[in-house]
Design a protein around this ligand. Structure first.
Ligand code: NAD
Ligand code: UDP
Length: 316
């Protein structure tokens, strides 16, 4: 049996973080969930509170934190463009000050620390699919920059803390991930389309709908995060994590209509600023480093699970 660890998950009351907390508890660890509940919710972690190994703390990661832990997963940051653009200065502060504070904590308690970075570090990519060696094409002054550049700066901090202070750091770049516990008002495309379809509202496609994304189901992502944390100290990343299955946004809309059986229409709306045209992860490195990891849930099966969740959550 593996040794039980004490693990801090920042952003643990969010969509992805709550699934990660759940998995770590299932694996027998003690989990401290730290969240300011800005986009996360107490509902997401309510079912975990029966476990004596689960604790949570309302805390803003832009402020220093004291704790004694073995591992840190740093997920605290709004991830939906609607949310991260609502207060862009705060988003930057969260990424940069949050990374600094948590790296200092990792340094003090000699913990391993993993940063949830993003495919957004590639910006609107001119290399397709995106390998980790690609340095990206980010507009540093655009409306998405608060998120993209904040995450890029956090990556820099992770690598400098490793080189300068010997902190055991790991950086993973997550591509679009979806599943149960996304907020109905999250604003990202999968939850938007499902909620719209279940309510019989028009599906809002931005732009022509020919832009692409590659969608990863949450359980596959959590498995990859746990495997990355378990890699030897010399594995620093960055490592892409995502499902290489690439779809246009129109294809996604059609799948959601088919799986919900909704008679909704598709309507077209202006494309938001700097919206990336295409995105697909090259996951060869993850496959090599993470014991042959690859996503198991295809988009149709994952959509069915997510639609069932939203039906149960009363989105219709
Ligand atoms: P989410 O918005 O559901 O979760 C983010 C969590 O962080 C929320 O619980 C929120 O309350 C918390 N948070 C935000 N600012 C905070 C602060 N200053 N202090 C403490 N807590 C704070 O989003 P998610 O999809 O679960 O994303 C989780 C992480 O994964 C984020 O760092 C995101 O950038 C990264 N990521 C997610 C995706 C994806 O597709 N889901 C893709 C790339 C990267
Ligand atoms: N999008 C859309 N309709 C929506 C929400 C998003 O067409 O209701 C588009 C958006 O313009 C982008 C893609 O779907 O091209 C993915 O958007 P999301 O916000 O989910 O993630 P990101 O752009 O950060 O990859």
């Amino acid at each position: 049996m593996k040794k039980a660890k004490s693990i801090l998950v920042t952003g643990g009351a969010g969509f992805l973080g709550s699934h990660l907390c759940e998995r770590l508890l299932q694996d027998g660890h003690g989990v401290l969930c730290v969240d300011d509940f800005s986009t996360g919710s107490e509902k997401n972690i309510a079912h975990l509170q029966a476990s004596p190994r689960f604790r949570w703390l309302r805390h803003d990661v832009t402020q220093p934190l004291a704790a004694e832990v073995d591992e840190i997963y740093n997920l605290a940051c709004p991830a939906s463009p609607v949310h991260y653009q609502a207060d862009p200065v705060r988003t930057l502060r969260t990424s940069v000050m949050g990374a600094l504070n948590l790296l200092e904590l990792a340094r003090q308690c000699r913990a391993v620390i993993l940063q949830a970075s993003t495919s957004e570090v590639y910006g609107d990519p001119s290399v397709h699919p995106q390998p980790e060696s690609y340095w990206g094409n980010v507009n540093p002054i655009g409306v998405r920059a608060c998120y993209d550049e904040g995450k890029r700066c956090a990556e820099t901090l992770f690598f400098d803390y490793r080189r300068q202070h010997g902190v055991r750091t790991k950086v993973v770049r997550l591509f679009n991930t979806y599943g149960p516990r996304m907020r109905p008002d999250d604003g990202r495309v999968v939850s938007n389309f499902i909620v719209q379809a279940l309510r019989g509202a028009d599906l809002t496609v931005y732009g022509s709908g020919d832009q692409t994304r590659s969608f990863c189901y949450v359980d596959d992502m959590v498995e990859a995060l746990v495997r990355m944390m378990a890699t030897p100290d010399e594995v620093a990343g960055p490592v892409n994590l995502g499902n290489p299955g690439e779809f246009t946004i129109l294809e996604l809309a059609q799948k959601v209509l088919a799986h919900t059986g909704a008679a909704a229409r598709i309507t077209y709306h202006p494309l938001p600023g700097d919206d990336p045209w295409q995105r697909q992860p090259d996951i060869m490195l993850a496959h090599q480093l993470l014991g042959g990891w690859e996503p198991r849930m295809d988009l149709d099966a994952g959509l069915r699970q997510t639609i069932a969740y939203f039906r149960g959550a009363g989105a219709s």
